[in-house]
Design a protein around this ligand. Sequence first.
Ligand SMILES: [Zn+2]
Length: 210
Amino acid sequence: MLAGEDERSNLMSLRDRIGIDVGRRLRLEEALEWADEHEVRWIDIQLDAGANALSSFDDARAAGVRRACERYGVHLGLHTASAVNVAEVAPYVGDAVERYLEAYVEIAPRLGAEWIVMHAGFHFTSDKERRMAAGLDRLKRIVGHAERHGALVLLENLNKEPDEAEIHYLAHTVEDWPRVDHILQPRGRHRYAGPTGAPTTAGLADAPSG
Ligand SMILES: [Zn+2]
């Protein structure tokens, strides 16, 4: 093989690993077509509102999405909103957060989505321990729910906020929350965002075993 060909095949394998977080920018079906057109093999999408609202996927639409993923060879992932506080402790609101995460788990297999990105929530400095405990318990229940539905939960780290900020994201590093390794086994995984916070599918990492 010529050196140039070798370089090209390396570039192709790199290209095949690049994923795009579509967020709320496109209707899911259009995002799949866009990915096919641009030979992007991995996409994340949020299902919170508008044309992609969770409630808008009846069985016919969900089946169409599964077929499109297969036809285009696109790996689909769901991405929950980081603005929803997984570490919520308020009565009623905490239950609603849980229902939100469960709904993502339940729709994933229907759409053929291979993973669901979740976050650890955020705290307001003085309540860090309490919120961390609430978030851990919630994620543990959600991972159990995911196991039952055959869905895979990925925990994404979030940005570090300035020390003087009142609000801080939880688990912006694994060191921030070491117990998470244990909680998310065996099917949970960590996912690391780049320094700018841009998620990257190429950065998917298996959690350590044990
Ligand atoms: Zn995210």
